[in-house]
Design a protein around this ligand. Structure first.
Ligand SMILES: NC(=O)c1ccc[n+]([C@@H]2O[C@H](COP(=O)([O-])OP(=O)(O)OC[C@H]3O[C@@H](n4cnc5c(N)ncnc54)[C@H](OP(=O)(O)O)[C@@H]3O)[C@@H](O)[C@H]2O)c1
Length: 240
């Protein structure tokens, strides 16, 4: 029998758009109280309103996952509003797809800071809550770019290879406290990621990733689905 998310508290980073939005909406539809975070408050509030209008519970709390101070404030405010944190979805991510010579140091720093440091800061901030209650789940949204090599995406790929290493190691580190860590690695998803407007109904959709995340989250406590690759059935590009 699958576990229910009813009345659990789920913190979703990068919840204003794309995959994070779809995950937040699905978890809310399943009865979770969802904390939505991203930097842009306006988009977050739109998602919050939509969830509440559909009968769910959501709170938009803007934060920058690259800032220790901002992440601490986010976790404090989440605990103040909802009392606890049961689920963390580390989904916020950025990418610039260019050759190494054309990648600026600022672009390099942004990818490393959001895709890796952000996951570290958010995980570190919620773990004391989960350790204290001896229960919790962290889902890290990686990418097939963290398993494949990607010409024109060396830095992005490095962040996702790094994230998979972090995520697998964290899974081993916290499992004895009944905390599960799940790595999800999708291929190309139909979002505006990296400022590309894909709008392609034939590739993986944000809702497909959300459904996969829900599957892992609702397994019985004894089961940690530790890693899931999500591929298009018919690849548009080799390696996807
Ligand atoms: N789309 C794909 O093809 C694909 C494939 C595999 C994996 N992924 C991964 O899936 C995740 C979500 O991607 P997506 O396609 O949904 O991208 P997206 O539509 O561009 O959404 C990215 C989200 O991250 C937030 N974000 C970025 N920087 C942030 C920061 N410093 N602090 C807090 N939030 C921040 C953005 O909001 P703000 O800008 O307002 O902060 C936005 O909500 C990423 O980790 C990405 O690497 C995507």
């Amino acid at each position: 029998m699958s576990a229910s998310l009813k009345d659990t508290v789920a913190l979703v980073t990068g919840a204003s758009k794309g995959i994070g939005r779809a995950v937040a909406e699905l978890l809310a539809a399943e009865g979770a109280k969802v904390v939505l975070t991203a930097r842009n408050a306006e988009l977050l509030v739109e998602v919050e309103r939509g969830i509440i209008a559909a009968g769910g519970t959501a709170a938009a709390i803007p934060a920058d996952v690259t800032s220790e101070h901002s992440v601490s404030a986010l976790v404090l405010e989440t605990k103040r509003r909802f009392g606890t944190i049961d689920v963390l979805i580390n989904n916020a991510g950025v990418a610039t797809f260019t050759s190494v010579e054309q990648t600026t140091t600022d672009e390099y720093d942004a990818m490393m800071n959001v895709n890796l440091k952000g996951v570290f800061l958010c995980s570190r901030a919620v773990l004391p809550v989960m350790r204290a209650k001896k229960r919790g789940m962290i889902v890290n949204v990686a990418s097939l770019a963290g398993k494949n090599s990607l010409a024109g995406g060396s830095v992005y790929s490095a962040t996702k290879w790094g994230l998979i290493g972090f995520s697998r190691s964290l899974m081993l580190e916290v499992r004895d406290d009944n905390i599960r860590v799940v790595t999800v690695a999708p291929g190309s998803v139909n979002t505006g990621f990296a400022n590309k407007e894909r709008n392609d109904p034939t590739i993986i959709q944000p809702a497909d990733v959300a459904g996969t995340v829900l599957f892992a989250l609702t397994m019985p406590d004894r089961v940690n689905v530790s890693e899931i690759d999500i591929r298009p059935t018919i690849p548009a590009r080799k390696g996807n």
